[in-house]
Design a protein around this ligand. Structure first.
Ligand code: B12
Length: 309
C-alpha cells in the first residue's frame, strides 16, 4: 500500500490543517475509521509535537475527491459558505447558470461556496474556470448594454470570482520546494486579471510553483522575472486586441530570447488573431483544460527524462 503518512513532528502552529474529528464530522464517518485509514496510509497526516494527527486541508480535499465522498459540513473544513454542499446542489450541469444567478444577485459568499463545492465534489480546476466561471462572466458582461447597473454587477462578479480562485488555491496542494517554476501575466495594456490568475492556479495544481505577474505586465518586467526565476513555463494572456501587432511580435520575441529552453504558452480571447503561430517556442492553447493537460504532459515528460538519466 502506498505510504501516505507524513511523520512530521512540528513544534510550531499547524495552520492550514484540520483534526481527524473535524474531517470525520464534515464527511459523516466515524473518527476511528478515519484514524485507521490514516494508519493504513490512505490519508496523509502530520503530527503535532504532542503526537496528535493533523490533516493538511489540501490532503483532506484530495481524500474527499478521490473517494467520491460528500461533504455535509463544509464549514468544518473551513470552507466559505453556509449551506452544506450535496452532490445534488453542485451537479455540474447547470452550474454556470446557478453561478450566474448568484453573481447577478451579488451573493458573494454563496458564489464562492458553489465554486469550492464543485471542486471538493470532484470537478477539475480547468473545468471550473472554463465552464461555470467563464460562462457566468460572459453573461454578466452582456448586462451593461441593457442596464446601467450591469457595470456594477460585472465589477462585483469579477471581484467575487477572484476571491473564489483564491479560495480554491487554499485547497490545492502546494508544490514542493524545487518544483519547476511557471510565470507570466496579461500582456502590456491588458487590464484583465482573472485569466492570468486562472493560469497560475491551473499550473500550481499541475505541480508548478507559479508566479503571477498580473494584468498589464510590461514585456521588460516579464523578461526581468524570467531572468530571476528561470521558469520552465512562461505564459502570456491576451484578452484585449493589441494596438500594434508588430509590437506584440517584438515583445514575444524578447520574452522567447530570455527564456532559454522554457515553453511560452499564450491564450485568451484576443490570442487567436495574433501572428505567433510560426514561432516554434510558442504554444497557443484554447482553455484552462488544455493548459492543464499541456502542463501535466510537460511534468510527466520531464520525469521520464530525469529517470532516463
Ligand atoms: C470582467 C470584464 C471587464 C472588467 C475587467 C476587470 C479585471 N480587472 O479583470 C472591466 C470592467 C475592467 C472591463 C472593461 C471593459 N470591457 Co470587459 N468584460 C469583462 C467580462 C464580463 C469578463 C472577462 C473575464 O475576466 N472573463 C473570465 C475569463 C477567464 O474568461 P476568458 O477571458 O474568456 O478566458 C478564457 C479563455 O480565453 C482562456 N484563456 C484566457 N487567457 C488565457 C491564457 C492562457 C495562457 C491560456 C492557455 C488560456 C487563456 O481560458 C479562460 C477560461 O476559459 C467580459 C465578458 C466576456 N465574454 O468575457 C467583458 C468583455 C470582454 N468586455 C467588453 C468590453 C466592451 C469592455 C469595455 C470596452 C467597456 C465595458 N464593458 O466596461 C472595457 C475595456 C477595458 C479595456 N481597457 O480593455 C466586451 C468585449 C467586446 C469585444 N468584442 O471585444 C465583453 C465581451 C463584454 C460584452 N459582451 O460586451 N471588462
Amino acid at each position: 500500500m502506498r505510504q501516505r503518512v507524513v511523520q512530521n513532528v512540528r513544534n510550531d502552529h499547524m495552520a492550514g490543517t484540520i483534526s481527524p474529528r473535524q474531517l470525520a464530522e464534515a464527511i459523516g464517518i466515524s473518527e476511528s475509521s478515519l484514524k485507521r485509514w490514516s494508519d493504513d496510509g490512505l490519508l496523509a497526516v502530520e503530527r503535532t509535537a504532542g503526537g496528535h494527527r493533523r490533516i493538511p486541508l489540501p490532503e483532506a480535499v484530495r481524500f474527499v475527491r478521490d473517494a467520491g465522498l460528500t461533504v455535509a459540513r463544509p464549514d468544518l473544513l473551513g470552507l466559505t459558505g453556509a449551506a452544506g454542499s450535496t452532490r445534488q446542489a453542485t451537479a455540474r450541469s447547470g452550474a454556470a447558470d446557478r453561478l450566474y444567478e448568484l453573481l447577478a444577485d451579488d451573493r458573494a459568499a454563496e458564489s464562492i461556496a458553489l465554486v469550492t463545492s464543485l471542486y471538493v465534489d470532484g470537478a477539475s480546476i480547468g473545468w471550473i474556470c472554463d465552464v461555470p466561471i467563464r460562462e457566468a462572466l460572459a453573461r454578466a458582461g452582456e448586462l451593461w448594454e441593457h442596464n446601467p447597473s450591469g457595470v456594477f454587477v460585472e465589477h462585483r462578479a469579477t471581484e467575487t470570482c477572484g476571491r473564489a480562485l483564491a479560495e480554491l488555491r487554499r485547497l490545492v496542494p502546494t508544490p514542493p520546494p524545487g518544483a519547476p517554476v511557471a510565470l507570466g501575466g496579461a500582456f502590456e495594456r491588458d487590464v484583465y486579471h482573472l485569466p492570468s490568475a486562472m493560469v497560475a492556479l491551473v499550473l500550481s495544481d499541475a505541480g508548478f510553483i507559479d508566479r503571477d505577474l498580473g494584468p498589464a505586465t510590461p514585456v521588460s518586467a516579464t523578461v526581468a522575472a524570467v531572468a530571476h526565476h528561470n521558469p520552465e513555463i512562461v505564459w502570456q494572456s491576451f484578452s484585449v486586441p493589441p494596438g500594434s501587432v508588430r509590437a506584440v511580435r517584438a515583445g514575444v520575441d524578447r520574452i522567447v530570447a530570455a527564456m532559454g529552453s522554457a515553453s511560452l504558452v499564450i491564450g485568451g480571447r484576443a490570442s487567436a488573431a495574433l501572428p505567433l503561430a510560426s514561432n516554434v517556442a510558442v504554444y497557443r492553447l484554447e482553455s484552462m483544460t488544455e493548459l492543464a493537460a499541456f502542463a501535466r504532459g510537460l511534468v510527466a515528460s520531464d520525469q521520464v527524462r530525469t529517470a532516463d538519466r
